[in-house]
Design a protein around this ligand. Structure first.
Ligand code: PMP
Length: 362
């Protein structure tokens, strides 16, 4: 039988696939709007498609197991030595490597209420104890999280911005937190959505890598870089931490199409700028539209927004599905009255707002 911690887990529930909804309600898949998985609505950059095309003839070969070219590109872009970089099959893979390398039965892992669902999975899968700290105003209560650290704590997961709430913390809060974390604790700062935070405003975890040897900063190519299907994430850490992660990493965990696409994506500044602009505009559009509907929402720095329906969100979610709009219920995150909506193209956001108005009027 599974470990007790595993028995208590619920499987991760992804956004409902378009094909599934189309079949269920007899809808044309092309008519369905999916704003459920915080994906980049722009579609892949032409530069990325070309890079993938160029990599196709090598399909019979194993990928570069150390991801040298991608690490080189990351190093050039962000200024880190290769020895600090760990690549993953999505940042979920990186989170799992961290759990497998540093957690075990008897170890406590601290994270916030309403935090990303993968933190309890990677904790409990290795028999460690999850310590969930109540959130404050939907966001991480960093002082309370620091206070929850015991001699048994080995890892703390914090996300900035957090998913599914979109909440964030500032430099001063983070620095005060790091100052109160003992050195035996590794802090995993998950910056999956950091590209959407306005420059200058953002706490950039990379600025702190030299200062805090117990800090691991995770990032992904799935969101602003638009590569969710290919699964590429990475973390920057002290070289000794990277060395440990490399020991538990599966060989060839990042495939060659993903490696090639990531190198191209990192070089494509204009795609990134366009993604960010689209998100900025779409966020404003959704905020305004939700205000017009008289709905509350949690201010977000991500590419999604959590809407408060003031009542069980389940029936509204179902109503939206019938209208061909897929969003994400977050009852599993102890947010039964909210729905999380990813920022889409202008027309997609409009479809969502109209469908929501229709459902609420029923
Ligand atoms: N961290 C957070 C906070 C996320 O929301 C996500 C994506 N849902 C991830 C990590 C993982 O993303 P990926 O595995 O696609 O890199």
């Amino acid at each position: 039988l599974a470990l007790p911690g595993v028995q208590k887990l619920s499987p991760y529930v992804p956004g409902k696939p378009v094909e599934e909804l189309a079949r269920e309600f007899g809808l044309d898949p092309a008519s369905i709007v999916k704003l459920a998985s915080n994906e980049n609505p722009l579609g892949p950059a032409p530069s990325v498609l070309q890079a993938v095309q160029r990599a196709l003839p090598e399909l019979t070969r194993y990928p570069d197991g150390n991801g040298f070219t991608l690490k080189q590109a990351l190093s050039e872009r962000f200024g880190f030595e290769l020895s600090r970089i760990t690549l993953g099959n999505g940042s979920n893979d990186v989170l799992e490597l961290i759990g497998r390398a540093f957690a075990m039965p008897g170890v406590e892992v601290v994270f916030s209420q309403h935090a990303f669902a993968v933190y309890p999975i990677v904790t409990q899968a290795v028999g460690a104890t999850a310590v969930q700290v109540p959130a404050r105003n939907w966001g991480h209560d960093l002082p309370a999280m620091a206070a929850a650290i015991t001699p048994a704590t080995r890892l703390v997961f914090i996300a900035n911005p957090n998913n599914p709430t979109g909440t964030w913390f500032e430099r001063a809060e983070f620095e005060a937190f790091m100052a109160s974390v003992p050195e035996h604790v590794l802090v995993v700062l998950d910056e999956a959505y950091t590209e959407y935070v306005e420059p200058g405003e953002a706490l950039n975890g990379f600025d702190y890598i030299e200062r805090y040897p117990n800090l691991i900063v995770c990032r992904t190519l799935s969101k602003a870089y638009g590569l969710a299907a290919l699964r590429v994430g990475y973390c920057i850490s002290h070289p000794q931490v990277a060395d440990v992660l490399n020991r538990v990493r599966q060989p060839f965990n990042v495939n060659s199409l993903a490696l090639a696409a990531s190198v191209a994506a990192l070089a494509d500044e204009s795609y990134l700028a366009e993604s960010r602009q689209l998100n900025r505009d779409g966020m404003r559009q959704l905020e305004q539209g939700l205000n017009e509907l008289g709905l509350q929402w949690i201010p977000s720095r991500g590419n999604f927004i959590a809407v408060d329906l003031g009542r069980d969100a389940g029936p509204v979610y179902q109503g939206l599905l019938r209208a061909g709009v897929i969003v994400r219920p977050v009852a599993g995150y102890e947010m039964p009255n909210h729905l999380r909506v990813s920022i889409g193209l202008r027309e997609e956001n409009q479809r969502f707002l109209e469908a929501l108005a229709g459902v609420l009027a029923q």
